[in-house]
Design a protein around this ligand. Structure first.
Ligand code: IVH
Length: 677
């Protein structure tokens, strides 16, 4: 095929695929079978491979992702991304309406009412009809460039249809639809990952994924709600003169716009819209948390102006969390990894906030005592932005006379050990750390988790398999595992281990022997010792023997280690069983001392501020490099700064400040020369 022929075919394929995608994602219509669609896409991928000069950044092949971001570039918004004034009170909406009418002093105008999406705000820049950049809100002035990830969202047009302004920004919200959210969370749990707390967190986490191919797998939606035109763009007499007209125009360009926008003229119309959606919102496929009311005529926006943070021509009404009353069927107790025993209310199933609720946490003994629960009580349950429902009180009007009080359990529901309560804490815990099943499994899970030993081939289910087979009862047992013990384990279950799986598990276990001491320390799961505490302890004592020999007074001298933690560390190592585990881990070859990675002393005594993006390093790599050469990496410029290490796309303030304080500026090349010389 000649390049000319390829050019024609690429254009044909692009148009077809774009159209099929549009019909599929915007109109829920499949014009071709999945098979045909895949064939077209594959043909385009191959052509672009053969003729890379024909691969456009707006090609539909880009939807599957591919770019990997080491860190996200910070970019300044051309138009600041303001937020909206918001209120839970209808009276304040009435005030807003009256104030706006007064300020506009007889000028005819209207409002638009629309849904307030509960997701992540993103601004998309389009030039000559093509998506060029996508940026998060950030602090409103500067945000993260997440273009590679946003390109994978099917409802973001890469190339616009019909007519469009040559240069504008489309703002909208990236949301995670409920069904996709639940499917993803179940999968995460099955794979041993933390589930996201709510669809908003899931959307924001997805947009910050480093690998855009991963983001492409998440079923995100972009919903457009606001078109920004550069100052001076003439719109008089055109559809772009009203917000409503802009949304209609956006829809024609290929954006997903909510069909529920309404033009309203009176406060009664606005009130009706709010009341309607307050009840109807759970029937939507994605979450909304209120209604946005905007002045429709864009020429009036300048007249009304903005306050420091938000425009005076718009306001958000936020819905109150939905509340229902339901009957308490009983209280059960859950034992967590650290032995904390959490009371859970089992409820008569009730429909709330888009899901059926059967259980809700009672937090701890104090919370239960405050509620003064009785058998057969009716509880008020609420669901705010979180997916997990909250108990807010007892419906006392429904309490039965003479109902028996419910008292918090005194023994562990798993192992029967009497519970203890640490001084000053609200929760009781089971002290039988080594004999209580959920605690043992929890400890194993913690040990293999990403931030600890990172043995990612062992999830919850597989650990359970190993435990039940008697192969792994404590963390040191992991290092005695043999290939023949693993192969064939858990046949017929989702966690079954085959030959390849066994190799992967053993490889990950082997690799964990290189994990630095501070993470080994964190992995042990000593009560109150988190990542930071483990790092501080590791740096202070340098190795496990000094740490195990330390008294509680000395332990408490370590920065960020309080008396309670110090006591817990002391108690932990006082146990012969724990010492035995440590000895076995040491014998297995785990890192039991801090390894200094000092490469040179060339930057000794220097403080270097890093800003912008670099060609050869990620930001974290450059900071690590500074420390390895004996220097200090700092965040902001001061009189003590030795150099400003300036990369591309650095913010102008830093530059200005460096010039003002006379701090010399280093380029990436100069830095490399400095450390290599
Ligand atoms: S308009 C200058 N419309 O709510 C006006 N915002 O606090 C720009 N939001 O950051 C915002 N749905 O993330 C607008 N239909 C909608 C919205 C909406 C959700 C979010 C947006 C913004 C926040 C305002």
């Amino acid at each position: 095929m000649t390049i000319e022929e390829a050019h024609v075919r690429v254009a044909e394929l692009t148009e077809l695929i774009d159209r099929y995608n549009y019909e599929y994602y915007m109109n829920d219509r499949s014009l071709v079978s999945d098979y045909e669609f895949d064939a077209l896409l594959r043909e385009l991928v191959e052509l672009e491979g053969t003729f890379p000069q024909l691969a456009s950044p707006t090609s539909p092949t880009r939807r599957v992702g591919g770019e990997v971001n080491k860190s996200f570039q910070q970019v300044r918004h051309r138009f600041p991304m303001l937020s909206l004034g918001n209120t839970y009170s209808i009276a304040e909406i009435e005030d807003f309406e009256a104030r706006t009418r007064k300020l506009l002093d007889g000028t005819p105008f209207s409002y638009t009412c629309e849904l307030k999406y509960d997701g992540v705000a993103v601004g998309l820049t389009y030039r000559h009809g093509e998506l060029v950049q996508a940026v998060t809100r950030g602090n409103g002035t500067v945000g993260d460039d997440i273009t590679a990830n946003v390109r994978t969202i099917r409802t973001v047009p890469l190339r616009l249809r019909g007519e469009w302004p040559d240069d504008f920004e489309m703002r909208g919200e990236v949301v995670y639809p409920f069904d996709a959210f639940e499917a993803m969370n179940s999968q995460r749990v099955a794979e041993g990952d933390e589930p996201f707390a709510n669809p908003r967190n899931a959307a924001s986490g997805s947009l910050k994924l480093q690998d855009s191919r991963e983001c492409a797998k998440r079923r995100l939606l972009f919903c457009a709600y606001f078109m920004m035109l550069p100052d001076g763009t003439p719109t008089d007499g055109t559809p772009l003169a009203t917000h409503y007209g802009r949304l209609q125009a956006a829809e024609k360009m290929g954006f997903k716009v909510q069909p529920y926008v309404k033009e309203c003229r009176t406060i009664d119309d606005i009130r009706f819209f709010i009341d309607f959606w307050d009840k109807e919102r759970w029937n939507l496929p994605y979450g909304i948390d209120g209604v946005v009311i905007k002045v429709n005529q864009t020429a009036l926006w300048d007249r009304l102006g903005t306050t420091a943070k938000s425009p005076r021509w718009a306001i958000a009404y936020k819905f109150k969390a939905e509340q229902v009353s339901t009957k308490l069927e009983g209280v059960s107790y859950q034992v967590g990894r650290t032995g904390i025993v959490t009371p859970v209310a089992n409820l008569q199933a009730v429909w709330l906030g888009g899901t059926t609720v059967r259980r809700a946490t009672l937090n701890n003994a104090d919370f239960m005592a405050r509620l003064d629960l009785r058998e057969g009580d009716s509880l008020l349950v609420e669901k705010g932005g979180e997916i997990i429902p909250k108990i807010v009180g007892v419906d006392l009007a429904q309490r039965l006379p003479g109902a028996k009080p419910i008292v918090y359990t005194t023994v562990c529901p798993e192992c029967g050990t009497p519970l203890v309560r640490a001084e000053g804490e609200a929760g009781y815990y089971c002290p039988n750390q080594d004999g209580c099943l959920p605690q043992r499994l929890g400890l194993l899970e913690h040990f293999v988790s990403r931030k600890a030993m990172d043995i990612d081939t062992l999830g919850t289910e597989r650990l359970r398999l190993l435990y039940d087979a008697g192969l792994v009862r404590d963390v040191a047992d992991l290092y005695d595992l043999q290939r023949h013990q693993l192969v064939g384990l858990g046949a017929d279950t989702a966690a079954s281990i085959q030959e390849k799986g066994a190799d992967n598990i053993l490889r990950a276990i082997e690799a964990s022997k290189q994990v630095p001491f501070e993470r080994v320390l964190f992995a042990l799961g000593i009560r109150y010792v988190g990542e930071v505490g483990a790092k501080k302890l590791a740096r202070y004592f340098g190795n496990i023997d000094s740490l195990m020999a330390a008294g509680s007074m000395e332990l408490a001298m370590v920065e960020d280690v309080g008396d309670v933690t110090a006591m817990a560390v002391y108690d932990y190592f006082a146990s012969p069983a724990h010492r035995a585990v440590v000895d076995r881990l040491r014998a297995a070859g785990l890192q039991m001392q801090v390894v200094e990675h000092r490469v040179s002393n060339r930057l000794e005594g220097m403080t270097i501020v890093v800003s912008g993006v670099f060609e050869h390093f990620s930001r974290d790599e450059i900071k690590a490099s500074i420390e390895q050469h004996g220097g200090k990496a700092a965040g902001s410029i001061s009189g003590k700064t030795t150099y400003l290490l300036a990369g591309a796309k650095m913010g102008p303030e830093k530059l200005r400040k460096a010039e003002k304080l006379g701090v010399p500026i280093l380029s990436e090349e100069e830095y490399i020369r400095l450390i290599e010389n």
